[in-house]
Ligand binder design. Sequence first.
Ligand SMILES: *Cc1c(COP(=O)(O)O)cnc(C)c1O
Length: 814
Amino acid sequence: MKQIIKQHPSPPLDPIRDSLQRHYLFTLGRDDPSCSRHYLYSALVSTIRERLITDWRNTRERQVQEGLKTINYLSLEFLMGRSLNNALLNLDIEDPVRVAVAEYACELEEVEDEEVDAGLGNGGLGRLAACFLDSCASLGLPVVGYGIRYQYGMFHQKIENGYQVESPDLWLRNGNPWEIECPEHTRRVRFFGHTDYYRDSHGALRARWVDTHDVLAVPYDVPIPGYRNSTVNTLRLWKAEATDEFDLEEFNAGSYTDAVEAKNQAEQITMVLYPNDASEQGKELRLRQQYFLASASLQDVLHRWVRQYGNEFGEFAAKNGFQLNDTHPTVAVAELMRLLMDEHGLGWEEAWEITGHTMAYTNHTLLPEALEVWSVELFGQLLPRLLDIIYEINARFLGQVAARWPGDSERQRRMSIIEEGDHPRIRMAYLGIVGSHSVNGVAALHTELLKQGLFRDFFEFYPEKFNNKTNGVTPRRWLAHCNKGLKSLLDETIGDGWLADLGQLQRLREHADDPAFAERFMAVKRDNKDRLAALVKHECDVSFGLDMMFDVQVKRIHEYKRQLLNILHVIHLYDRILRGDTTGLAPRCVLFGGKAAPGYAMAKLIIKLIGNVARVVNRDPRVADWLRVVFLPDYRVTAMEAICPGTDLSEQISTAGKEASGTGNMKFMMNGAVTIGTLDGANIEIREAVGEENFFLFGLSANEVEETRKAYRPDDIIETDADLARVMDLLQCGHFNLLEAGIFEPIIAAVRSPGDPWMTAADFRSYIDCQRRVDSAFADGGRWSRMSILNTAASGRFSSDRTIAEYRDDIWFK
Ligand SMILES: *Cc1c(COP(=O)(O)O)cnc(C)c1O
């Protein structure tokens, strides 16, 4: 560094190099270039941030000046992953940055590895929010993301003796150079207390929420750059802090330690992300998080409104929208009513009109355990004023239901936002539906199942509210960034317009039968497999052969996703190989990855089973040429960026009707993996887009699942299927757990249970037969490369740019 400066005593330096050196020397005060890559990373982020700041301010000012409608995307999760490379790609400065970094004797990739994932989400729902932010900025839409700045994000997973071991994710330990703290926009969020009624100066009866315990919400802003369009949007994450007077009160009462305790209590709210995917535990702290996010975010929007327009709300609904990412933030419906009435003096009718026109709700799952309900008792203690409002919303709503279906009290009971009983509960999804103008599912099948099943009564009552928005993923991160080899080949073959218009990938179709192109396409795949193999070797010490099929299932571990069915297939392959039945078999490397919720015993046991099967298989020289199995620990966004480009076969094998959409399936498809899957979620649309001959379909349909359930006898299936019987025998005799007697009994019992909700045995035969078809397609190199190319070519529809354009046209700016 000193040397560099001596060589170049004065400008002109190129601006990126100049800025990087300045931050390294003066912002961080480091002069030894080999000091630590972390300082180089920090200096580089400061350099990029500096370039973003002007566009960021301009974006905000333009939106204010033009009086554009702003959409506020409320989500308890944003699974952002790393930001550095995405910013370089979107700002188109990767090349000069690479050169500038080289002066520190460092590869850009090494600097990128200094960044830890922002893991503020569990899985698909949180990653969807992150892809949406990228697409909104890239489409130049005025969208603000609102979320929580958890001190501890998604836990880290290690595998010890095959078991998942969790450790805390201290992602902020070395600071977060992307965020800007904005204490000047701090808001106050209330809890507890009670409602007090009074007459205002006009003699009108009004309510106020008093004797509350307050917590401060301090925002941290993160820039969201669009793809080469000078737009920089904002993700605003709230951190909870104690109020000063809270401390003082206790302090004056003589108890310093109680004051500190109170401070801790307040800051608890944003301490940790709940690690459950697709289920709710009903913990009070979780409700506090939900309300904290909803209240702080709505106050923020209203504060800005009042500053600009005063207490005049006639145009508010035309200029503001709220998209609620699942039921988690639906308490916002009641909170907006409270703020408009109690804080801004509106009457019920006017406030309700505004609420209904601004709120829109996205449903993400049909699983009963995810349908959020809160005990009225708990809710009433924590948020008494909101409970009053929910009762009033419900009473008026049920009045309308009664008017439409006179005397149908059963229907009123079914549709009530309050589930009556000894312990009445609030149905948050119903609050979301009643309080919104739009209710959407996340794939065509999912939306249909919502309309016919879960929300049937509501669909009958409000058919115009329901619509589908099939999920998507951002092609910048999930193709251009993570698959540089394919990006180059695409740029060369069809130009680079696909990055902002993924439909252009269709033009690859004309190259699918060109052997020279296919060869290059598969050479890229092989490079990516090589990289993935290196990761597997490093993490699991298992060698993957590049000529073998890379067969991958990575996603949260959940029974409905059926990692169990996959490992039963692996056991079946192992059994076949040992029997010498290898005709038509394609050598496979099977990779599993994913986190189980720490309290989900069955999911954790499935991880253990995968680990034990992997140990037996990988140690047996007789199967070494045919089969390798690994469980790759700590699946996260950055891992997926290495995994999906190196995958041949994408496993999307959920019980039909249970996976709302899936987005992992789309990332794999974009990167040329072929899918084996059920008719579930977006798989159906993927198959339609790519053509049935390029998709491996198996299993019962959603309707057939429900039919079969009525007389489901897995023991009969096992008895009449010799292959499944042998697999079950291997499990039952303890072949994979010789020194751990009986540990897999719960899994065996689940497969054999007539009540098995996931119908694993029902789909086994269809699955392994389908896997045989996969084998023969893979053995025919020309056929496989064609399928692979056609998958990438048909993936345009699954860009989140398409999804967001639909939200824009049908919901936000209709
Ligand atoms: C895409 C993604 C998911 C969602 O995967 P599904 O297969 O759709 O469940 C979950 N976690 C991470 C880290 C992802 O990148």
